[in-house]
Design a protein around this ligand. Structure first.
Ligand code: AHR
Length: 509
């Protein structure tokens, strides 16, 4: 027997080979996939449809608190507990001028939302966003308008948020009732600027680099402690490479956006696309490695701000499921339980790519491609809400390798998808197992370079059927069942219910 190999569960091992319905999972505790950045469990809100106005913000006192925060939505958002919140877009940043959304609400400039339609009164602006982040105890990320905004305007926004001196913009914030700085650390330099159909003005990456240096200089000279996210193009590695190389030393993250959908008549296609996203993220990480050094050594710029000191990470600052259903732009999506399983598989990808990802934001939190949906009086948790909540609550700090042997549900698509996380100090290991097949599968889990003491607890998310959904017309009904079992003993057998997500926490010896 190989040294260091402990066979934890051997189910049906009277048979030397796996029966058709069985699976094998091998965890190697010494094969680290990197520390999981806490910011990978983030969310995103944009001035789009009813995400902000009519979603998280509503001035009707029957549903909201004195700040205009919808109480039912805030309660659900707190349950989701995002670690990070991105604002205000998305594509809408191309027309966003932050000064429209600060100060007394009756003096703010209502403007047409030229990107997504409707009128934006900007009653939810920078200060309301920061208050919302404080309520959620999460880190804010602000996205700067680099299209129709100017470097000065961006730097003034930094000063408004973070300034501590006796300056016009720090004083403006104080005059709005916020004596203490907001200390916004993460700032993104535009959004999908290369995308021509999306009003991007930087199809030429060299132009992006040239223009961004002005923004970077002024923003970083205003607050040298901020960290910057450059745009990247997941579908155009050449663009990304030029941007990354040209901005090296000054940016800390490069953005990657990934939306998946289902092809008509091919229900498993969404799961295959999620697997392809994993390749996409790994290729992106390879590109970063090949293009810029982990550490910047020859920082020759004379600017008086510090250069990057850590490797550039991916900011997966928009990810989610876009089934092109109802307006605006097909983003009002009703998710089935199948989408809940897909969300868990995507979270497994994020956890397996831990080494490369510095932050990730589900797009978006309310009403647009969202876990939370509202109408005027009520709200529901969509199916995708539950995996987002449980992964965020249960993942441990480090990702380790998990190999799977499984039956296939479709050509090339294994029924089981797994990610494994550990806390070496506390000697804990948490596994996330998604069974996308309709059959119950029995599992054998093998631990390499470690030993399990016992199974502490198990959470199983399942549903009445694969196409079940939570809808606003029946707000009390919940089609997602969360079964939490405290086990606290050695276990001889693990079974994974058909079309379910199982999260098991083990104590290691
Ligand atoms: O999340 C919806 C939109 O999708 C965002 O505004 C844009 O960045 C992306 O294309």
């Amino acid at each position: 027997m190989r040294k260091g190999i402990i066979l934890l569960f051997m189910i049906c091992l009277c048979f030397p080979c796996l029966k058709a319905q069985e699976i094998g999972i091998t965890i190697d505790t010494q094969k680290s996939l990197g520390n999981i950045n806490p910011y990978v469990y983030g969310q995103f809100i944009e001035y789009m449809g009813k995400c902000i106005d009519g979603g998280i913000y509503d001035e009707n006192p029957a549903v909201s608190d004195e700040r205009g925060f919808r109480k039912d939505v805030l309660e659900k958002a707190k349950e989701l507990a995002p670690t990070m919140l991105r604002f205000p877009g998305g594509t809408v940043v191309k027309t966003f001028h932050w000064e429209d959304g600060v100060g007394p609400k009756d003096k703010r400039k209502a403007k047409k939302n030229l990107i997504w339609g409707g009128i934006n009164p900007y009653h939810f602006g920078t200060c309301e966003f920061i208050e919302y982040c404080r309520e959620l105890k999460c880190e804010p990320v602000l996205v700067v308008n680099i299209s129709t905004g100017t470097p000065d305007e961006a730097a003034n926004w930094v000063e408004y948020c973070n300034g501590t001196g006796d300056t016009y913009y720090a004083n403006l914030r104080r005059s709005h009732g916020y004596p203490e700085p907001f200390n916004v650390k993460y700032w993104a330099l535009g959004n999908e600027e290369a995308a021509e159909p999306d009003a991007g003005r930087h199809q030429d990456p060299h132009q992006y680099v040239k223009d961004m240096w002005h923004f970077i200089k002024l923003m970083k000279l205003t607050d040298p402690t901020i960290e910057l996210i450059a745009n990247g193009e997941s579908n155009n590695l050449e663009w990304t490479k030029v941007a990354l190389k040209g901005l090296d030393g000054a940016v800390d993250y490069i953005a990657y956006h990934a939306y998946v959908s289902t092809d008509a008549g091919r229900p498993y296609s969404i799961f295959k696309k999620i697997r392809r996203s994993e390749n996409g993220l790994n290729n992106y990480a390879k590109l970063i490695k090949e293009t810029v050094p982990d550490e910047v050594k020859d920082w020759k710029k004379w600017y008086r701000f510090p250069h990057r000191t850590k490797p550039v990470k991916i900011a997966l600052d928009e990810w989610g499921i876009w089934e092109h259903q109802e307006p605006p732009y097909g983003t009002t999506n009703t998710y089935e339980w199948r989408h809940g399983l897909a969300t868990a598989c995507f979270l497994n990808v994020i956890q397996r790519c831990a080494e490369h990802i510095g932050m990730a934001n589900w797009a978006q939190m309310v009403n647009i491609l969202s876990p939370i949906r509202t109408n005027e009086s009520t709200s529901v948790r969509q199916t995708v809400f539950f995996p987002l909540k449980e992964y965020r609550a249960r993942a441990l700090g480090e990702s380790v390798s998990a190999d799977v042997t499984s039956i296939l549900v479709d050509k090339d698509l294994p029924a089981i998808d797994v990610s494994a996380t550990i806390d070496r100090e506390k000697k804990l290991m948490t596994l996330f197992i998604v069974n996308i097949s309709p059959k119950e599968l029995k599992g054998r889990i093998e631990i390499l370079n470690g030993q399990v003491d016992k199974l502490l607890d198990m959470v199983v998310l399942s549903s009445t059927s694969i196409d079940a959904k939570n809808v606003l017309s029946e707000p009390q009904k919940n089609v997602v069942l969360t079964n939490h079992k405290s086990v606290n003993r050695k276990v001889q057998e693990l079974k994974f219910q058909g079309e379910s997500i199982t999260i098991c926490q083990f104590k290691l010896k």
